[in-house]
Ligand binder design. Structure first.
Ligand code: HEM
Length: 331
């Protein structure tokens, strides 16, 4: 009889311990309402998720290098409006895509193709928000940038409204840029580092022309711009005609520190980029990222760190999200 009680006691203790360990495991993985993004999230549920996205991005960037900056900017525009939830990908007459700053976005078909291939490999498993995040990392690496590990497990949002789009603009002073980034939990180092993403890609002449021909109605170029740079841009974006111009003159397809050097030399086309050299705090960060001031920072490493932070802005992990079947429409 006594032995029977001992056995029962051991069995009950064992079951209680198992229950406690399981409960703790669940509370860790479920924190935040459903799932919390982490590296390796899909595991066995979709073994090839990273290689499938990479191969789609590779073929699109090889056939058109403009897709790399296109994806990077799209990810930024997604995360800053309703969080990184692929709301930027939803089609519709009044969706985010239709808002002014989003009309020049490129690379939608890259994400849609990756989604189609992932639905065949692992149906209803990988979110469009995760695909966009992975594709952005791959685009940077294909452009020569340093790689980083991408936490996965975001869900896709169900709401996308042009009226929610309130992104930083090319005439914003540094104070406004800092404020907009701080509102998204990003500090000034993140701001400068992420704007360093302008090392690839182009801007429409319409956004640039005014400062190179008639700055603030003076009939003259912005005096802050290096005078030897002015005629080069005037030739690319004449008073009439011209299409797009490089954000990083001389190194538009290479993900490197050349853009930050151009900011230092006042040889950049966007006013919001040029003023980063005028503010003491942002200037010091540029000097550190260029290795001109101690403690120096490595741009490649910092970019990955700041991208992970940006990619976790207001992510959806619970009943507010879903795994879309196609990226352009809610289920
Ligand atoms: C203060 C913040 C920012 C401002 C004011 C800004 C503004 C702009 C503007 C005006 C353009 C040109 C768009 C066009 O004419 O089509 C542009 C392009 C671009 N931006 Fe930003 N941006 C900011 C931050 C960022 C961030 C955080 C990233 C990514 C991490 C980013 C990545 C890009 C890329 C890659 C392009 C080139 C797009 C292409 O070639 O298709 N930008 N940005």
């Amino acid at each position: 009889m006594g032995r029977g009680y001992t056995l029962l006691f051991v069995l009950v203790t064992f079951l209680v311990l198992v229950a406690a360990v399981t409960a703790q495991g669940n509370s860790v993985s479920n924190r935040g309402g459903g799932r919390r993004p982490r590296v390796g999230f899909y595991g066995n549920r979709c073994r090839n998720v990273e290689s499938i996205v990479r191969s789609v991005v590779k073929s699109h960037v090889q056939s058109n290098p403009a897709n790399a900056p296109g994806l990077l900017r799209m990810h930024f525009h997604d995360c800053f409006v309703r969080g990184c939830d692929a709301s930027i990908l939803l089609a519709g007459n009044t969706s985010e895509r239709t808002a002014g700053p989003n009309r020049s976005l490129r690379g939608f078909e890259v994400i849609e193709e990756a989604k189609t291939r992932l639905e065949l490999a692992c149906p209803r498993t990988v979110s469009c928000a995760d695909i966009l995040t992975l594709a952005t990392r791959d685009a940077v690496v294909l452009s020569g940038g340093q790689s980083w590990k991408v936490p996965l497990g975001r869900l896709d949002g169900r709401i996308s409204q042009a009226s929610d789009v309130n992104l930083p603009g090319p005439s914003d002073p540094v104070s406004k840029q800092k404020q907009d980034f701080a509102a998204k939990t990003l500090n000034t180092l993140d701001l400068v580092t992420l704007v360093g993403g302008h090392t690839i890609g182009t801007a429409g002449c319409g956004l640039v022309r005014g400062r190179f021909f008639n700055f603030n109605g003076t009939g003259q170029p912005d005096p802050s711009i290096d005078p030897s740079f002015v005629p080069l841009i005037q030739a690319r974006c004449p008073q009439t005609g011209g299409t797009r111009v490089e954000l990083d003159a001389g190194s538009v397809d290479r993900f490197d520190t050349s853009f930050l050097r151009n900011v230092r030399s006042s040889r950049v086309v966007l006013q919001s980029d040029l003023v980063l050299w005028k503010d003491t705090e942002t200037r010091v960060i540029i000097e550190r990222l260029l290795g001109l001031r101690r403690p120096s920072l490595r741009f490649g490493t910092e970019f990955g760190k700041s991208m992970v932070k940006m990619s976790l802005i207001e992510v959806k992990t619970g009943s507010d999200g879903e795994i879309r079947r196609v990226c352009s429409a809610i289920n």
